[in-house]
Design a protein around this ligand. Structure first.
Ligand code: ADE
Length: 300
């Protein structure tokens, strides 16, 4: 997987040479390059931002600098597109050089269903975008080329993602949580870690990915984990985990995952597919106050 990151603080990404991601780069599983957006500026101040049109606080990242950079990294020729100046998802843009085959709506619909593979995916972290989930990480782990653009200040000109969508690029905007950071760098590190650890050969133990929280179609929070000693400062590991009875251990962990998810993330219980629950799951959920006769559990 090839990963390009564009930022005004490319040094921030030196941290990616550490730990498992560093090893994955050494093994040739991923190739990460951090670029300095200012390398695509032409003025003496290397400015990448300007005041917001319509007024307001802060500065907005300029489209011209970003487009010179992104055209080069995506091997695209500059062109002009015509799209509705207010609509976003409905852009049916026509380009001078190459007529895009799909509207932005079609591209977005495809992107949801078809795992990203051979076409590059351009990703902008943005606090005002849909939340990045494990499902997105899984889908993006199938891509050959990811290109992350880190915004700073009040963000980037809204025409940038629209233009590249109109060029047929798979463009995504994601928030990593309901809080505002100073820039996209931390968000990109978070997304990158979630994506790259899913690459085949990245993790020593692939089974740990299968068992962890948010994984699979019926995602639950993971059960608690313990190691030795069995009694530490008066707190004991649950007996069943020491019993050697694998079926009982599995059931105990599953029930604990259901109980923990019920307490902390009832929205995940509501999203479960009841047809995929076994008899014991149903019994546990009913004891926790859920009705499990419909398509999804409902609180009684
Ligand atoms: N940039 C600033 N805040 C962010 C957030 N919460 N998620 C993604 N990008 C951001």
């Amino acid at each position: 997987m090839k990963i390009d990151i564009v930022s005004v603080f490319p040094e921030y990404f030196e941290v990616l040479n550490l730990s498992l991601l560093g090893k994955a780069q050494e093994k040739g599983l991923v190739e990460v390059t951090a670029h300095n957006l200012r390398d695509w500026t032409h003025d003496v101040h290397h400015s990448v931002d300007d005041t917001p049109v319509g007024g307001g606080a802060g500065m907005v990242m300029k489209p011209e600098v970003w487009s010179e950079c992104l055209d080069e990294l995506l091997h695209l020729e500059p062109t002009t597109v015509t799209c509705d100046s207010t609509a976003d998802a409905d852009d049916t843009a026509s380009a001078d050089a190459a007529e895009p085959a799909e509207s932005a709506t079609e591209i977005a619909a495809n992107a949801d269903t078809v795992p990203a593979t051979d076409r590059p995916v351009l990703i902008f972290p943005n606090p005002s975008a849909p939340l990045f989930t494990q499902q997105d990480a899984t889908e993006l782990s199938h891509a050959d080329h990811l290109l992350f653009g880190c915004g700073r200040y009040e963000g980037y000109d809204a025409r940038i993602p629209r233009y590249y969508r109109a060029q047929g690029v798979d463009v995504r905007e994601y928030s990593i949580g309901d809080y505002v950071l100073n820039g996209g760098e931390v968000a990109v590190s978070v997304m990158l870690e979630a994506i790259t650890r899913l690459l085949p050969g990245f993790m020593g133990n692939a089974a740990s990915i299968v068992e962890e929280s948010y994984t699979g179609e019926n995602a639950l929070l993971e059960h608690r984990q313990y190691t030795k000693p069995a009694d530490w400062r008066g707190i004991k590991v649950p007996d069943v985990l020491l019993s050697g009875d694998h079926a009982k251990v599995d059931r105990f962990r599953r029930d604990e995952a259901l109980a923990k998810t019920n307490e902390l993330r009832p929205d995940l219980i509501e999203a479960l597919d009841c047809s995929k629950l076994d008899k014991a799951d149903r019994k546990t959920l009913m004891a926790l106050g859920w009705e499990v006769s419909g398509a999804h559990p409902r609180q009684r």
